[in-house]
Structure formats: C-alpha cells, structure tokens
Design a protein around this ligand. Structure first.
Ligand code: ADP
Length: 473
C-alpha cells in the first residue's frame, strides 16, 4: 500500500536524522572538550557555564561522625542524617525524610519557605536524636544541596541567580542561599551550621569519590541532565588570581545547555524546542533527558498519523504535549510480548488509539528505539568529551607499535559516577550508553573507564561534604 510506504519513509527519514555513527560521536566528543575549555577561559565564553564550586577536597572515606543534609531540588525536599564510621564505605546508616513543598510556599517569601524547611529539619533532628544520643558539645553540621542556578562565593555560600521548576520567590534572587537557611535555622532555635552548599551533581561526585578515589566525573541523567568533574585549578583560566588554593576544583558544567552543530538534530527537535518555555536553552538536555524523550516519540507518532492516517482518525490526545511520559515510552520499547500487547495497551490507554495493527506497533517500538539510542550515544560522547578534556580518554597516550603495551599500562583507571532514573531504570538506554562508550574509546582504553551507579548521591554527598569541610574534624 502506498500509505504504508509513506509512513515507513517518515520513520526512515527520522532515523537518518538521528544517526550517530562513531565518527559523528567523535566530533561531539571534540566539541564538548572545546566548549569546556572556552567556558573555563571567560565568563560567557561558551554555552557551558562551567560554574566554580570551590570544592577542592572530595570526601576520602576517612570522615567520621554524624552529619545532616538537606536536598531541595524540585517539588520535594529531603532531610538526611548520615553516620560515618571512618572506614571507607562505612556509611553506617542514613535516615531519610521526604516531604512535598506546599504549593503556596513556592511563590511566597523566602522567610516562609525557609521557616517551613527549618522547622521540618528541627522536628527531624529531635525525632532522630530521641532514639540515638547526641553529645551536646558537638555542633551539628549540615550540607545543603540546592539544585537551582547559584553563583558560588565559597564551598558553603552562593547567590541565587534565578529560580526554575515553578519557584517564584523574588526576594530570594541575588541573596545568599546558605545565609537564608542559616537564619531560618537560628530563628527556629536549632543549633546547626550550614557548612556546604552544593549542586546535586557535586553530591553524586562526592559519594562516588567517597567509595572510590578514582572517581573524577559525575553525571546525572534523570528528568534533566548535568555533569561535573574535577579540574586542575590552573586550567580554570577565568578565575586565575582569585584562587588561593592550588590543586583541583570541582566544576559544575551545566552541560544540559551544551550545543554543537555536530549534534544530529531533526525537525521534531526544532519543534519541541520552539514549543518549550525556554527556546534555545538546554539543547543537549532536550535530546537526552527523561523530561523530553517521550515527547519526541509523541511528535514522530503524530506526524506519522497525521500524514498518512495509518492510525485511523488522529487521536486528539496525541496533540497534548508531554502526555507520553518517558517511563511509558520505555515500557513500549522494552515490550517483549510477541504481539506487542504492552504497546497496544499504552497506545490505547494513554493516547486513545483503540486498535493498532501489529505492523504499526512495530514502527512505534522502532521510533522509541531511535530516540533512546541517539540520547544514550550522545550522553556517552559527552562523558568522553569530559575525559578528553582532563586527558583520560587515552587519546594523548596511544602509542603505536612497540610502545603500545607500555601506554596501556600507563592508562589510568577512571571512574564515572552516574545517577538518575533514566540511566538506572531504562535498561536499553543504559546498554546503548555503555556500548557507545566502548565504541568511542576503543577496546584498548574502554576497560579503564568504569561507570558506577550512585544512589542518593545528591543527598548523602552533601552530608559527606559537610563532613570533609567540617571545622571540628
Ligand atoms: P529527578 O531527575 O527528577 O531528580 P530521577 O533521577 O529519579 O529524579 O529521574 C526521574 C526521571 O527518570 C523521570 O522523570 C523519568 O524521565 C525517568 N525515568 C524514571 N523511571 C523510568 C523508567 N522506568 N524508564 C525510563 N525512564 C524512567
């Protein structure tokens, strides 16, 4: 049938547009390394902000004591209490309390928001300390993970640049985030000191480094995506003279905003961007993260159904942005029933397509595959771009012939800490990412780059940094 051929053509064109052969991935690797460099040379030198964190020392594993953490990154906030035994990997236990932020506090005043958080914190502390004793002589210490754009002024202070994710508290913008929290803690009569202010990726890196000191890169791939890594202080040209501490510093890349002409972009990506509240922003994130993958799939299915009518009458649900969430897309992609029953169910329940024939269901699975494969491979290229920037992708040291064995032995072990629901819950995404890492690095180098999954890094990592930055230890 002619209509069928046309729908297959739409898919083929999409697939071509999303192609990520290794050669192209290598161009993305190079572009990432170049942009990182540009972002380190001057403020605004790249779409990558390359934010300074002032974190010079990552946890070593020798930290001891009880520390608290507060994780505010979206609609929920979490309070943690972490007990450290002093031996690497000996996180004796951590207790978590997760609470939603009441809607009215997201648009109120900073005092109201932080008073609410501080009083929850106080309740948590009192509850925890009633079951395990707290020696009165020690001051409690807290690490604060605050996942909004912040201009750090030290490892424990920073100024809010702007709110995102639905928060609108104007009086906070331009103010010191730690100070707001510290004042609220004091107002609530709690004795506790905020001694680390971090971004969630830095928490992931801290937890990774706590367990394994070869961890120098952290990547989050969940609803959004971001990365940070350990950079030589003298490579951070934009702050030369400002830095008194030699050695290394963690840099928060804000890599979701990365862009390069080598990224394989389709008309669906362009439309998604144009329809978004932040056009021209977060271009890399819009091709990679969980917030968007399902919606790219929806757009392709919509195009197929509109052009060709193969889905029967065009479902109006298909016009609703973000109706196809990424976990549903993953469930269709990973449907292993012979007649794709799960695909049929999701198309029926979510998109209200009553009866989709098997050959069309197969096309839908293919669309999911194309979108996820591209996302995972681009994320892999981004990671290797970071490794290249810090000389750990093996490219500087691959000697030919006789010296090959020698160079192999010189290739340092490097661990990348990864966190986020897309990577941990979506098996095919994870497999595509791992596969692309090996393809780009080559079989010589690939075994020395290890990906480790972190859990709760954004919270536990803040407590670890509170510990390693503790004034009392
Ligand atoms: P967040 O990034 O929102 O802080 P997570 O790291 O848990 O939180 O990531 C959640 C995101 O991971 C979801 O928005 C979704 O896009 C993605 N995700 C969660 N579960 C799955 C799944 N089973 N398959 C694919 N993606 C998933």
């Amino acid at each position: 049938k002619r209509a069928w051929r046309r729908v297959v053509r739409v898919l083929e064109e999409f697939e071509e547009g999303c192609a990520t052969p290794v050669g192209r991935l290598r161009q993305v690797v190079d572009a990432m390394a170049v942009e990182m460099h540009a972002g380190l040379v001057s403020e605004g030198g790249s779409k990558l902000k390359m934010l300074l964190t002032f974190v010079h020392n990552l946890p070593s594993g020798s930290e001891k004591g009880t520390y608290y953490a507060l994780d505010l990154g979206g609609t929920n906030f979490r309070i943690l209490r972490v007990q450290l035994g002093g031996q690497r990997s000996a996180i004796i236990g951590h207790d978590v309390d997760r609470q939603p932020i009441p809607l009215h506090l997201m648009t109120g005043t900073s005092e109201e928001l932080f008073d609410f958080i501080a009083s929850s914190l106080k309740e948590f502390v009192e509850r925890e300390e009633s079951v395990s004793e707290h020696s009165k002589s020690e001051r409690r210490e807290l690490g604060f993970t605050f996942s909004f754009p912040v201009k750090q002024t030290s490892s424990s202070s920073g100024i809010l640049i702007k709110w995102t994710k639905g928060f609108v508290i104007e009086d906070m913008v331009g103010r010191d985030v730690s100070e707001c929290l510290q004042q609220a803690i004091s107002r609530n009569g709690l004795d506790m000191q905020v001694n680390a202010l971090i971004n969630d990726t830095v928490g992931t890196l801290a937890l990774g480094h706590y367990h394994d000191e070869d961890t120098v890169v952290a990547v989050i791939i969940g609803t959004g995506t971001n990365a940070c890594y350990l950079e030589r202080a003298d490579a951070i040209i934009k702050c030369q003279g400002l830095l008194t501490t030699p050695g290394d510093m963690v840099v928060n890349m804000e890599w979701g905003n990365f862009w390069s002409s080598h990224l394989p972009r389709t008309s669906y990506d362009i439309d998604l961007d144009a329809d978004s509240p932040n056009p021209n922003d977060q271009g890399f994130e819009k091709m990679i993260s969980g917030m968007y993958l399902g919606d790219i799939v929806r757009r392709v299915i919509l195009r197929m159904s509109e052009e060709l009518g193969v889905f029967g009458p065009v479902s109006s649900k298909l016009h609703v942005p973000f109706i196809l969430r990424t976990p549903l897309m993953a469930a269709m992609h990973e449907d292993d029933t012979p007649d794709l029953r799960e695909v049929a169910r999701i198309l029926r329940d979510t998109l209200e397509f009553p009866d989709i024939p098997l050959n069309v269901r197969k096309l839908v699975v293919k669309v999911c595959d194309v979108v996820t494969r591209r996302a995972a491979r681009l994320a892999a290229a981004g990671i290797i771009g970071i490794l290249k920037k810090i000389g750990r992708d093996g490219s500087g040291g691959i000697a030919r012939g006789k010296n090959e064995a020698a160079s192999r032995s010189k290739m340092r072990r490097t661990v990348v800490a990864v966190e986020g629901g897309l990577y941990t819950n979506y098996t095919l995404f994870r497999e595509y990412l791992n596969e692309a890492m090996s393809q780009i690095l080559g079989e010589e180098i690939a075994p020395s780059v290890i990906i480790k999954v972190m859990e709760d890094g954004s919270g536990i990592g803040a407590a670890l940094l509170a510990a390693s930055h503790s004034t009392s230890s």
